[in-house]
Design a protein around this ligand. Sequence first.
Ligand SMILES: O=C(O)CCC(=O)C(=O)O
Ligand SMILES: [Fe+2]
Length: 338
Amino acid sequence: MSTLPEGLDLSDERVPKASFSTIDFALLEARDAAELKHLLRACQTHGFFYLNFDNSESTKAIVNEKTRVQNFMKEYFAQATEVKMKDHLGIKTKGYIPYGTFTGLKKGDWRTVEHLMVGGLAETLCAAILTILSVISQLFKSYLDRCNYVVSVMLGALSDVLEVPASKRFDRGHDTSKPCDTTLAMLSYPLDIGETLQEHTDIGSMTVLFSHEFGLQVLAPETHQWEFVEPRDRHAVINVGDALRFMSDKQLYSCVHRVIRATGAYASPHRYSLAFLRRPEQEFKYKDTEGKELTAKEWHDSKYKIYYTPHEEQDSRVLLGGMERVLSGTAHNVAVTA
Ligand SMILES: O=C(O)CCC(=O)C(=O)O
Ligand SMILES: [Fe+2]
């Protein structure tokens, strides 16, 4: 999909860093007109941005909480495989998911990331995790509630700035009391196993991601080249997912991304990332990239199936949510302005 200059290694510091906007969450909470436009522009261009919580009294604690969750993750993944396998529920979307479950970056590669996935929202939280203590579950509950609030504010803000009629607002279909496939994915990519996550777009409405190490790359909409997402300690990386792209009649941009094993100056012995993947209620309906009506659950299930289908049998329309047509310039709404 992208052509690189001769001799450029895709994984080292010569690969450019993406120039995303930094949005101030407190200004979104206050519905500051200029910041709403800033948010909209970020979602219409890259579909990715940094979010700064420092000025938000309601939410600044998220930075400390994510550090505590990251510390938990490091201890969790350091356990022996037999211990972690006690949390393996025999399904691919909840609990502990060992290496080799999903396809990797290179064709034929399955030895990629290990996951611990906490499915559902706070109410059903931790049902999947058998090895952790109740004090930890309080932390998860608080962290998930906060992430959920962050996404609700952003969906509301985007609906307001686009003056979306009530019947089409993006915060519809996000009732936390209804069944949904929202999850908190904790991901571990040790150097000796390989650090690759196949290129994809996210299934849901929005993702709130924290990571300290290089590895995440986006396919830049302007150049169609891979660029690194620079890790920041205090800022979340936010991206638009398929559901929000579909709900917005494709006005908002769900950017293709992947994880590569960073080398050279960007190398680290072990990469961890924490991804809150917000998805609409299971029964919520929207039209996919082909104009076909389906439920959020149907889209979720068909996309996960692709993640564990061999590369040669994968349907790229599902894997990339229609973005492959945008990127190759065949769709009508290529959003590439600055
Ligand atoms: O590990 C990362 O930085 C990204 C993970 C990701 O893209 C995902 O879970 O959908
Ligand atoms: Fe992703």
